[in-house]
Design a protein around this ligand. Structure first.
Ligand SMILES: C[S@@+](CC[C@H](N)C(=O)[O-])C[C@H]1O[C@@H](n2cnc3c(N)ncnc32)[C@H](O)[C@@H]1O
Length: 283
């Protein structure tokens, strides 16, 4: 349940989020920075897949929908992630032109992160966006509910014109679960062909966190379904990460296997990379 008072109190008088890390009203990313397109090439075909993904910037679910997924359910600990996803879906449904769509995102990102309601009204979206979203955005005037994660050295992933056209053609819906990943399994009611856990494990790289999480999600992974595990790590910590992944591989056998896919290096901090694994359900 949205609590506007609590949401406002999470931001200080300068509009900055008061806390570190992610929480129920932490600022959402506006533009994806994770090369979702690149990672998904290593997964099973998306066409007709039932998908569960973190919302993040909303680009992950939009990308899955654009490529023909039959269901795209989403979850996120932050309500603001749902807000950016809803704004993007509304703009796409309203047939916004590509340049205006990108322009809207850049305005939200750079010039007016704390005046979202102004951007929506300038882009003529205020009357079409869901009233709950508009109420939230109005109540949060002056708060920086969006942030730029694209200066972290992994690059900016604005959708290309082709991807945007595909997003306009395919707009699969689904449920949004506003929850911490650890409680997610209590909300789910179906099996998925793909579960996309993008980058979230970066903050909790230890056996005690990841193993129960995978065990809880197991009933919701379809036969031959996959879970994408994505984690940022410093090269000095690679041995630790590998030890953890070995433990995880042993703990999920024989119902699933875990495969290392790739490292994507950070061009700002060469000793940091995003590592991608795919857990593949066997039966
Ligand atoms: C680490 S961020 C990465 C976003 C990504 N870089 C992108 O390009 O969209 C992923 C998302 O996970 C959410 N998140 C972080 N920790 C979470 C948790 N424990 N449970 C659920 N969602 C979480 C954040 O709110 C954020 O929207």
């Amino acid at each position: 349940m949205i609590n506007l008072n609590r949401a406002r109190l999470a931001y200080d008088e300068n509009g900055n989020f008061r806390y570190r890390g992610f929480a129920e009203y932490s600022p959402a990313y506006v533009v994806n920075n994770e090369f979702v397109y690149d990672v998904l090439q290593h997964m099973n075909p998306i066409e007709n897949a039932r998908v569960l993904t973190v919302v993040g910037s909303g680009d992950q679910p939009l990308f899955y929908a654009a490529h023909g997924a039959s269901v795209v359910d989403t979850f996120d600990i932050s309500y603001c992630a749902n807000v950016i996803h809803e704004i993007k879906k509304t703009a796409i449904r309203a047939n916004m032109k590509y340049d205006d769509y990108v322009g809207t995102l850049l305005m939200l990102l750079q010039s007016m992160p704390d005046k979202t309601s102004n951007v929506l009204s300038y882009m003529k979206l205020s009357n079409v966006v869901h009233p709950d979203i508009m109420r939230f955005v109005n109540a949060m005037y002056g708060c920086k509910i969006f942030r730029d994660a694209t200066d972290n050295g992994f690059g900016k992933c604005l959708p290309t014109r082709d991807v945007y056209d595909a997003m306009r053609k395919n707009q699969t819906g689904g449920n949004f679960y506003w929850t911490d990943l650890q409680q997610l399994h209590m909300r789910l009611d179906k099996k998925y062909d793909q579960i996309y856990l993008s980058n979230i494990l970066s903050y909790n790289q230890d056996d005690d966190y990841v193993m129960p999480l995978l065990k809880n999600l197991k009933p919701f992974v379809a036969r031959h379904g996959q879970i994408m595990l994505h984690t940022e790590y410093a090269s000095g910590a690679s041995a630790r990460l590998e030890t953890m992944m070995n433990h995880i591989t042993q703990s999920v056998a024989p119902w699933a296997t875990v495969e290392f896919i790739k490292d994507t290096y950070n061009h700002r901090k060469p000793d940091t990379a995003l590592r991608t694994y795919i857990l593949q359900r066997q039966k």
